[in-house]
Design a protein around this ligand. Structure first.
Ligand code: NAD
Length: 355
């Protein structure tokens, strides 16, 4: 076994169907008295009575989160927090809402709590991202890590089958890269493998029966595990590819992750055998990249970057950007190999064992 460092997350997690009812008590526990709620419009309408149930503790609601946190939106929300004299922030929604909450916490130092309603996993990390001048800047800062997270699977029932499936695959990508991360460790590997197993079992049922409480609960459990794995490790090639493609071509975040994942996993197949064994075991299949591709197929997700708007003319520049600076990845990063990965993802070919 390799020597390792493991820092446990300091986030308090409350998990289970109906735990949203405990929001007032958890806000009291945190000492949040003047809360700015940051939430997607879907969450605001779904949780109107819960937010109102916080009574005079809510000083304002910002309901216009935008994917990838444009700086203008972050500044508007920060200004609102200041004007209202907020002493805390509560983010409700997917990664876009939680990302905006983090942007507020980053500069104001206001403590953050989160109620995730997708499987993106941001709530369990100290990673933030803000887009400025067309470039997304990311970093880690303990101030943006939510103090408390309430995971209520019933809030995810309204997430469409298509969004649930792609969001789940996005989350599986966190687990896959945590399994071969340079700063991984045995505890994170247990978490990540279990996260993949939970999603592989839950997502097909979520897609066919979106209001199946058990399936929703298992999927959200997977999201918690995946977010924890993401928060404890440094991501590699797969996330770099998605960061570049998302930034340059504005592709839909979760779908792009789902499409790229089998190909990025194949890229690292020979260089990360233990991770591949764990992924295949969790998916109950013989080959990790093939198992991921087949799961996406079974979830009826698009399989090619071409089908979600990636221009073929952009592949070469993207491969150059992805390989322009070194970063840790199990397999060596070369332009030609990364270009081949992008081409395979562009056309959506199955990651065969012999190719
Ligand atoms: P999102 O937050 O944009 O949500 C996707 C869509 O789903 C939105 O239209 C939203 O209104 C809707 N929605 C959310 N919950 C719903 C529900 N329960 N019912 C119905 N509709 C619902 O997207 P996302 O995929 O959750 O998050 C993606 C963003 O998160 C990206 O910007 C990504 O970079 C970021 N992210 C950050 C981290 C991190 O650690 N910082 C980790 C993962 C993702």
């Amino acid at each position: 076994m390799r020597p390792f460092v493991y820092t446990a997350s300091a986030t308090r997690v409350i998990f289970g169907p109906g735990v949203i009812e405990r929001l007032p008590e958890e806000m009291d526990r945190l000492g949040f008295k003047r809360i700015l709620v940051v939430a997607a419009p879907s969450a605001v309408s779904q949780l109107r009575s819960t937010i109102l149930g916080l009574e005079d503790r809510v000083v304002g609601v910002f309901d216009r989160p935008v994917p990838h946190v444009p700086i203008s939106v972050a500044e508007e929300a920060r200004q609102l927090a200041q004007t209202l004299g907020a002493d805390s922030c509560l983010a409700i929604g997917g990664g876009s809402s939680i990302g905006l909450g983090k942007a507020i916490a980053l500069t104001s130092g206001l403590p953050l709590a989160a109620v995730p309603t997708t499987y993106a996993g941001s709530e369990m990390t100290s990673v933030y991202g803000i887009t400025d001048g067309g470039l997304k800047h990311t970093g880690r800062d303990p101030r943006v890590q939510p103090r408390t997270v309430l995971y209520d699977p019933m809030l995810t029932v309204s997430l469409s089958p298509a969004l649930s499936a792609s969001s789940g695959m996005n989350s599986i990508a966190h687990c896959v890269e945590a399994l071969y991360a340079q700063d991984g460790n045995p505890v994170v590997s247990l978490i990540a493998e279990e996260g993949i197993r939970a999603f592989a079992s839950a997502l097909p049922r979520v897609v066919t029966s979106p209001d199946d409480e058990n399936a929703r609960t298992l999927a959200l459990y997977g999201a918690w595990l995946a977010g924890s794995a993401l928060g404890s490790t440094t991501m590699a090639l797969h996330h770099k590819v998605c960061h570049v493609l998302g930034g340059s071509f504005n592709l839909p975040h979760a779908l792009m992750h789902s499409i790229v994942l089998p190909h990025a996993t194949k890229y690292n197949r020979d260089a990360a055998p233990e991770a591949m064994t764990r992924i295949a075991r969790a998916l109950d299949c013989g080959d990790a990249p093939t198992g991921l591709y087949m799961l996406a197929e079974r979830l009826r997700l698009p399989l090619s970057l071409a089908s979600i708007g990636m221009p073929e003319s952009g592949l070469e520049a993207a491969a150059r950007q992805i390989t322009s600076a070194p970063y840790p990845n199990p397999a060596a990063l070369t332009f030609s190999d990364v270009f081949a990965l992008l081409r395979a993802a562009f056309v959506g070919e199955a990651p065969t064992l012999d190719a």
